[in-house]
Design a protein around this ligand. Structure first.
Ligand code: SF4
Length: 407
């Protein structure tokens, strides 16, 4: 028999994680000399600079990179792995843009173009209402939907399902809604928050470099606009996630600059909850020069993210994109969060993902336990937690004491 019981944040999150990291890591002279300045910065909580990020990216020993990132993860959260239960509902695939990597969007006249009415949107959620606490909704840039449409959508959703957190809209959707409604970004976010929008998912960051954006997503918001929209949300008290789409045409330098840009905004606003890096899936879309990222490249980016983003609390292993086996491996390379039970998802599956969709949290918990980790169900804002209790297994408690790892 298994059940889920409450657990407090103080049992899960270690505020003195830098001190714990010092206890976990062996003396600096046990590491290769070219890593000493990096180890020193990690020990002192000093953000790594671009050159240090590049050194880590180029480290041939992936296990060592993973060891460092996992040490930070263990110092912060012990063996805990966080997940939540959500449903992806994409309200429309009609989009006025045509990002080159996107297999989801359609022109308005395409045979399989769709726009859900508000009633249809509600009915998509209804069958899952008792098994989820979050709906994740992003979509195309619909030519006719202004702020009033989204106000109506969120109000109707909250009326029907007051317990469900609405995580919705990428930065470019916010910008599009503001533009066609002829109001500012801040006014748009403020009105949508009043109507029930709880947080932003962070999608659409791609690579925060305008030359790369011109190649892969021409017409999308600029790098600075992405950051400004998230900054506006944070200033209104709306928490957001942030993302990176890697493996299109960018260089390792672009990836590291991207991480540093996010870290700098976080330094100002502290509004990012979680960073979600994911590789481009080349099937079905239009960037022939891009290759599918290998498992080692995915693990390298997870580990690098954990080490560079010292002020963003959570790093997610995005199962919907890179599959269960990579995601569970990533939990040993610095990721502490995994997308949980997902009842339905379209965008990654249109692009070629074959990740199994299920709302069975017990089997997800078992997969986490199989990695010798502890599954913790969280709410969207990481403020309420439940731990998995397997009555047949006395090894299912929370584990914050920091075990020393071997290099
Ligand atoms: S990524 Fe978003 S903005 Fe770009 S084409 Fe797809 S739906 Fe439209």
């Amino acid at each position: 028999m298994s059940s889920w019981g409450p657990v407090s944040k103080s049992q899960l999150v270690n505020p003195d994680w830098i001190q714990s990291l010092n206890e976990i890591l062996p003396p600096t002279d046990h590491f290769p000399t070219h890593l000493w300045s990096i180890i020193d910065n990690l020990r002192k909580g000093i953000p790594l600079n671009k050159e240090q990020g590049l050194s880590l990216y180029n480290l041939q020993d992936l296990n060592l990179l993973g060891y460092l990132a996992n040490s930070v993860k263990v110092a912060r959260y012990g063996k805990s792995v966080f997940f939540n239960s959500n449903l992806h509902v994409n309200h429309t695939n009609i989009c006025r843009l045509a990002c080159k990597f996107c297999a989801f969007r359609r022109g308005s006249k395409a045979k399989d173009a769709y726009s859900l009415s508000i009633a249809e949107y509600i009915e998509r959620i209804r069958p899952f209402q008792n098994s989820i606490d979050e709906v994740h909704t992003v979509g195309g840039l619909h030519p006719d939907w202004g702020v009033e449409h989204y106000e109506e959508l969120y109000l109707a959703t909250k009326t029907e399902f007051p317990h469900i957190h609405i995580k919705s809209l990428t930065a470019v959707e916010v910008q599009h809604i503001a533009t066609i409604s002829n109001i500012s970004i801040t006014a748009t976010l403020d009105r949508l928050r009043e109507a029930g929008l709880d947080s932003l998912p962070g999608g659409g960051a791609e690579i925060l470099n305008d030359d790369i954006r011109d190649i892969i997503c021409k017409g999308k918001e600029s790098s600075q606009e992405y950051l400004d929209i998230h900054c506006a949300a944070h200033r209104l008290g709306i928490q957001t996630n942030c993302t990176m789409l890697f493996g299109t045409v960018e260089s390792p330098e672009h990836r590291i600059e991207h991480l540093i840009s996010l870290r700098s905004l976080q330094q100002e606003t502290n509004g990012f909850q979680c960073f979600v890096p994911y590789p481009y899936l080349p099937d079905n879309s239009r960037l022939p020069e891009a290759q599918l990222s290998s498992t080692s490249e995915i693990l390298r980016m997870i580990a690098l993210s954990r080490l560079m983003l010292n002020n963003i609390p959570h790093i997610k292993a995005y199962r919907m994109n890179f599959g269960d086996s990579n995601a569970f491996l990533a939990l040993n390379y610095g990721a502490d969060d995994v997308d949980g039970t997902v009842g339905h998802e379209e965008i990654m599956h249109e692009a070629g993902s074959t990740t199994h969709l299920s709302d069975d949290r017990t089997s997800l918990a078992q997969s986490i336990i199989d990695e010798d980790l502890v599954p913790i169900q969280r709410n969207s804002l990481y403020s309420n937690f439940k731990k998995y209790i397997d009555d047949d297994d006395d090894n299912s408690g929370v584990n914050l004491p920091m075990a020393r790892l071997e290099v």
